[in-house]
Write a protein that binds this ligand. Structure first.
Ligand code: DON
Length: 560
């Protein structure tokens, strides 16, 4: 061999071997919990180790997040759970917040009919009747196996011992402290200049949890906690009454189910738009044989964007609480319908959102929610997204009870055509009515392949939730990525209005972006430092589990 040939071979060898290997997430044999904080994942996983099932772990993880991750974890908010039992039985639990009985359609408008800034987002008027405690107890009552007292104990212990502040948490607290001061009469626990490495002890929350542990679900809805909560909200100018709390019920729903290639996707039904919208987008792109396009290439982004645009336009018009509005769900999630909707798409130029519908909106940066995924040692799976809507919800913190209240009322359409904090516009279907649930984008999802459990996935991110779940599924299914690798990939998002493709900054190929711009797409990399924070579990071909815990946060997988 000549010298230069040897040199070429050596260089080639080095290049191939230096190529960055995709990151592999935690691999376990049997069971796993992936959530936004390691303390919560561990408490959930420990419950599984004790012999509990995915529903016991759900109760533990949900409550542990309320302690360890007050940014979004909660007992003052609500959420959705999708489950799949080891025998293939599926279901959905809706513990979404509700509008109080004194709510009115125009409660966030001034006398001229204009939206009053901040009224649906900051302070007591923004709060919906919380559903989380009802959700936890409902799931446990139906499927749990360990005594609830045993499940809550480690959470109380954590609240008493305290939780260490992470670097990311310090930053979030710094950012939101000014609003804590606006929303609260007195200085709150989290407004204490907390620094990375400090330990925050949540003693008031520990006491509330101890009362719930002793008295059960009704403590929160009819007991001392309910009385104190209603009084506190009213003292702060809110309208939630003891009666609103007493009347709250979580509801079992039928999940949205659809196929994509050889996958069966099981996702959340209304009052979340998640499952319907995800079905519409996946049905829209399925005929294009996505795997022929390079990952995150111009063509891939075009097809996905155009399907997203059409689905979000429908979301805005058709979707709301199914207990109040009629939703043409079967039609919306049918393959023919999405095919028809995609008929005017061309690779030559973007469809204008004005042609899909009318209205102009400004995008406002989104805040927080949290998702966790669980697979237990029996093969049951649980996918839960839970929220107080914005970061620290309404910022209103009940000091005696030790938790933040949601600002979920902002997910209603305060005024037709007016964007909410996620830039989403709504219409009649999502107007405020007493006792109604506000429309959500939360998309807790479980995917089956060949009749077996394949993936458990979900994320926070407001309107970007649906598109982040979509891309994570496609990364695995179309591009053969592992779970962590799929979660790590940069994400983009289109929601009809505003008519822009949002992209995580500095993570997409320059030439791809340039080609999209040349075609007439507007790209916005300023608004979304991160899109979604996906926590997911993949069942590998050998039956082991791989966790995908999003490094965009402090998210962690735990299991055995
Ligand atoms: O239910 C919804 O769609 C919103 N309240 C979710 C909020 C959220 O994801 C905030 N996180 N970025």
């Amino acid at each position: 061999m000549k010298h230069y040939q040897l040199l070429i071979l050596t260089t080639l060898f080095l290049l191939t071997n230096c190529k960055k290997q995709p990151e592999i997430g935690l691999i376990t044999e049997k069971a796993m919990v992936v959530s936004a904080r390691k303390e919560a994942s561990k408490i959930g996983s420990d419950i599984l180790t004790k012999g509990g099932n995915a529903f016991d772990a759900m109760a533990a993880t949900e409550l542990a997040l309320a302690v360890a991750y007050p940014y979004a974890g909660n007992i003052g908010g609500g959420g959705f759970m999708i489950y799949r039992m080891n025998n293939g039985e599926i279901g959905a639990l809706d513990y979404r917040e509700k509008a109080p009985m004194n709510a009115t359609k125009d409660m966030y408008l001034d006398s001229l009919g204009n939206v009053i800034p901040g009224k649906s987002t900051l302070g007591a008027m923004a709060v919906g009747v919380p559903g989380t405690v009802a959700g936890v107890f409902e799931a446990h009552k139906k499927f749990g196996t360990l005594p609830i007292e045993e499940i809550i104990q480690p959470v109380i212990d954590l609240a008493k011992q305290g939780v260490i502040v992470t670097k990311k948490q310090q930053k979030r607290l710094e950012k939101h402290t000014p609003n804590f001061r606006k929303a609260n009469k007195n200085t709150i626990l989290l407004d204490n200049n907390w620094k990375e490495g400090d330990t925050i002890r949540y003693s008031a929350l520990a006491e509330t949890l101890s009362r719930i542990q002793k008295n059960g679900r009704d403590e929160f809805y009819k007991g001392e906690t309910a009385k104190k909560l209603a009084q506190f909200l009213q003292d702060n100018g809110g309208i939630i009454t003891e009666e609103d709390l007493a009347n709250y019920q979580a509801k079992w729903r039928t999940p949205v189910v659809f196929t994509y290639d050889d996958l069966k996707v099981i996702s959340m039904a209304p009052p979340s738009s998640g499952g319907v919208c995800l079905a519409q987008i996946m049905n829209g792109i399925e005929p294009y044989k996505i795997e022929q396009y390079k990952h995150n290439s111009t063509e891939y982004i075009q097809v996905v964007t155009e399907a997203e645009r059409r689905a979000y336009a429908d979301r805005s018009h058709f979707l709301g609480d199914p207990d109040f509005v009629e939703i043409p769900q079967a039609k919306l999630i049918s393959k023919e319908y999405s095919k028809e909707r995609m008929k005017d798409f061309s690779f030559e130029k973007p469809t204008s959102s004005d042609d899909v519908s009318h209205g102009k909106v400004e995008f406002i940066e989104s805040d927080e929610t949290t998702h966790y995924s669980i697979v237990d040692q029996f093969g049951n799976a649980v996918s839960v997204t839970t929220t107080i809507n914005g970061a620290y919800g309404s910022k209103l913190y009940a000091p005696e009870l030790g938790f933040f209240l949601n600002n979920e009322m902002d997910d209603f359409s305060s005024k037709p055509g007016e964007p909410n904090m996620f830039g989403l516009v709504g219409a009649e279907a999502n107007k405020i009515e007493p006792g109604k649930r506000m429309l959500s984008s939360m998309t807790p999802t479980i995917v089956e392949k060949e009749g077996k459990l394949f993936m458990v996935v979900g994320t926070p991110g407001g309107s970007t939730i649906i598109t982040s779940v979509l891309q994570t599924i496609l990364n695995v299914h179309e591009y053969n990525m592992g779970m962590q690798e799929a979660v790590n990939q940069p994400r983009f998002h289109h929601q009809w209005l505003p008519d822009v493709i949002r992209m995580e900054p500095n993570s997409f190929d320059e030439s791809v972006k340039q080609r999209l711009k040349n075609l007439g797409y507007t790209i916005d990399e300023t608004n979304s430092p991160v899109i979604g924070k996906v926590d997911a579990i993949l069942v590998l071909p050998n039956g082991k589990l791989e966790g995908g815990a999003d490094h965009r946060g402090d998210d962690t997988a735990a299991g055995f």
